[in-house]
Structure formats: C-alpha cells, structure tokens
Design a protein around this ligand. Structure first.
Ligand code: ADP
Ligand code: MG
Length: 264
C-alpha cells in the first residue's frame, strides 16, 4: 500500500498537483463524509488545487509588485473624499482598464490619498489576475538614466514593459532633467497600447510641461497617455492633517505652509 501511495504522490508531484498531493487523505475523507460521487470528488480535488495555485500566484505577484506599504480599498474612507466617485474607483479595481490598455492618472495635492489608491488599485488588479510593478517616479527616472549610461536602456525598457500595470508614483514632485523626460517618453511609447500605466501626480496636466522641463516631449507623452485614459482628480485637503485637526492636535484654521510640512 505504501508503495502505491508513494507512486501516487510522485505522479501528483510530476503533474504539479501539490495541494491534492498534500491534502489527499483529508480530501478523500471529506468526499466520503459528504457522500460525493466520483465526478464530484474530482471536482473537489480540482477546486482545492486551483485555490492553492491562485493563492501562490497572488502571494508571488504581491511580492514582485514592490508596494511600499499595505493599503486596500476597504481601508479607504470615501466619505472623507467627496470629490471621488466610489463607482469609478470600483470600476478601475476590476482591472478592465488594463485589459483595454488604458491609462489612469490620479491627480491632486499632497495627502489626499493618491498613493493609497494607487497601491489599493494595484492590489485589486493583482487579485483580478494581472501583474503589477509599483515604482516612484524619481527611482524610475534614475534607473532609466543609469541603464542609458550603461548602454542597457533597451533591456531596462523591456523589463519595465513586462508588468501588465506599471504604477508610477509621485510624478512631478521633482522636475525632470531634459534627458530624463526623453527617457520617460521612450518608456511610455514602449508600453503604449501594450500595457497600462497608472500615474499619480501633484501637478495638474497643464503643468506637465514644467515637470518634464520640455514642452515638446511633454506634449508627446501626454498625447499617448491621454489617448485612452481615466483622469481622476482628487480635491480637498490632506487626510493626515484633517485627522490631526479632528483630534485637536491642529487648530481648525488652515495651517501656514511651513506648519503643514512640519505636521506631516
Ligand atoms: P498622497 O499620495 O495623495 O500624498 P497618501 O495616499 O500618501 O496621499 O495619503 C496620506 C495618508 O493618509 C496615508 O496613510 C493614507 O492611507 C491616508 N489616507 C488618505 N486619504 C484617505 C482616505 N480617504 N481614507 C483613508 N485613509 C486615507
Ligand atoms: Mg503619495
């Protein structure tokens, strides 16, 4: 009997049915207890195997995505952010925009939840089956510039074109060098209609010429980004400051810019 069991175990290993292999006795007991037919039993085994494979894929995809922190949509307080349409965000969370190769721009002042939503949407689209990479705009530009200097730009662009969704956070906090704008353009062109981009920025679209330091390249970039896009503009003041104000740590009046920085 043990020989037979070993042989079955080996076959399940070879077929990579590791959940069935590891839980076989328990699953067969369960099938007997529930009086399942043979066909239903095969169904139960497949279900468990698929559940394990999904779990592994999600775990792996979350670690590859390199999110800087854990946030999800359940933890986002839509009531605190009336400028957002929860329906639009839930629609984005299905990942359909990725299937359609569309771009998402999350725009708004600091502290209104852009990065929170970017991470939450990234997680949601991983659950929906997509691959995601999260990167800070400054890190991205530095990596492109280094690859360019090392003569490996094409490899880097190919690597950055792989994830179905590339999330670029905090575009515009620092202005680009002229060459950086051109490198970013190449990335956008490479991904154009092949995968999606989700970009967060504290700058309105009209200011992107300044961000990129080159109005011609900025126009070329925006032309592609805005072609099939969802522009989500978040208004209002910083969530962190609002929470502090509510708990009495800050005066109700708007703080001076220096104070706002110190408080964050
Ligand atoms: P931004 O990227 O726009 O500067 P963040 O996403 O970093 O802002 O938000 C700042 C902090 O406030 C984060 O910890 C975030 O989770 C939290 N936050 C912002 N808006 C909300 C909200 N509507 N509901 C819950 N938490 C929020
Ligand atoms: Mg942010």
């Amino acid at each position: 009997m043990t020989g037979e069991q070993d042989h079955l175990g080996e076959m399940l290993t070879r077929l990579k049915l590791t959940a069935i292999r590891d839980q076989l006795d328990g699953l067969l007991d369960e099938a007997a207890k529930r009086d399942l037919t043979l066909r239903e039993t095969v169904g139960l085994l497949c279900e468990r195997e698929i559940a394990r494979k999904d779990e592994r894929r999600i775990e792996m995809a979350l670690s590859i995505a390199k999110f800087p922190f854990v946030r999800d949509l359940a933890g986002f307080d839509f009531k605190a952010q009336p400028s957002l349409d929860p329906k639009q965000i839930r629609e984005l969370a299905t990942g359909r925009f990725i299937a359609n190769g569309e771009t998402v721009l999350l725009l708004g002042p600091p502290g209104v939840g852009k990065s929170h939503l970017a991470v939450a949407l990234g997680r949601a689209t991983i659950l929906a089956g997509y691959t995601v990479l999260f990167i800070q705009a400054t890190t991205l530009v530095a990596a492109l510039a280094k690859a360019h200097a090392d003569g490996r730009l094409d490899d880097k662009l190919a690597q950055l074109a792989k994830p179905k969704l590339l999330i670029v956070d905090e575009l515009g906090y620092l202005p680009f060098e002229p060459n950086a704008a051109h490198l970013f353009f190449q990335l956008v062109a490479r991904r154009y209609e092949r995968g999606s981009l989700l970009i967060t920025s504290n700058r309105a679209i009209g200011e992107w010429g300044i961000v990129f330091g080159d109005p011609v390249v900025a126009t070329a970039i925006l032309d592609r980004l805005l072609h099939h896009s969802h522009v989500v503009t978040i208004r209002g003041d910083s969530y962190r400051l609002r929470e502090k104000r509510r708990s009495g740590l800050l005066k109700t009046a708007l703080p001076a810019p220096g104070e706002a920085l110190a408080a964050t």
